[in-house]
Design a protein around this ligand. Structure first.
Ligand SMILES: [Zn+2]
Length: 145
């Protein structure tokens, strides 16, 4: 049995949510470095986040499912300002809030800085925070759209 990483997460919640969704679809998967991440968020960035490990025979299926899930989530995000779905997920680096953060940033590079998840609307230019996740168990079988 060999497992390969197909995706990496920077937070525990996302990682477990995705793993659960994939397992519901019959994917044999688990999370690597999960505990390291919980203990030390800074180290998380250094080691590349929580890795979603999938059995190699299910890699293609898992990648498809992840892509579908991401598209679904995008559709769930309408601009609160104008209602447009023409939005894009962006990540903005938080400004270094203190000297320690500044040093960590300097040592590890900007990828280690905590990020904010935001969406940008192309129609009205509004930026907004991520809304509550849609976790109701919508099935992913009607892929053919
Ligand atoms: Zn808008």
């Amino acid at each position: 049995m060999s497992f390969i990483p197909v995706f990496s997460f920077d937070n525990y919640i996302d990682a477990n949510l995705r793993m659960g969704q994939l397992q519901e679809e019959g994917i044999n998967c688990w999370l690597k470095d999960e505990h390291t991440v919980v203990i030390d968020p800074i180290l998380t960035n250094a080691i590349g986040g929580i890795k979603l490990m999938v059995h190699e025979t299910q890699k293609e299926r898992a990648m498809d499912l992840l892509r579908i899930m991401r598209n679904r989530e995008k559709e769930n995000h309408a601009c609160p300002h104008c209602g447009s779905f023409n939005v894009e997920y962006i990540i903005t680096n938080r400004k270094a809030s203190n000297w320690l953060m500044a040093i960590v940033t300097f040592l590890l590079g900007s990828y280690a800085v905590a990020t904010e998840k935001r969406y940008h609307c192309f129609d009205c230019g509004e930026e907004f925070e991520e809304k509550d996740r849609n976790t109701d168990g919508t099935d992913l079988t009607d892929e053919g759209r």
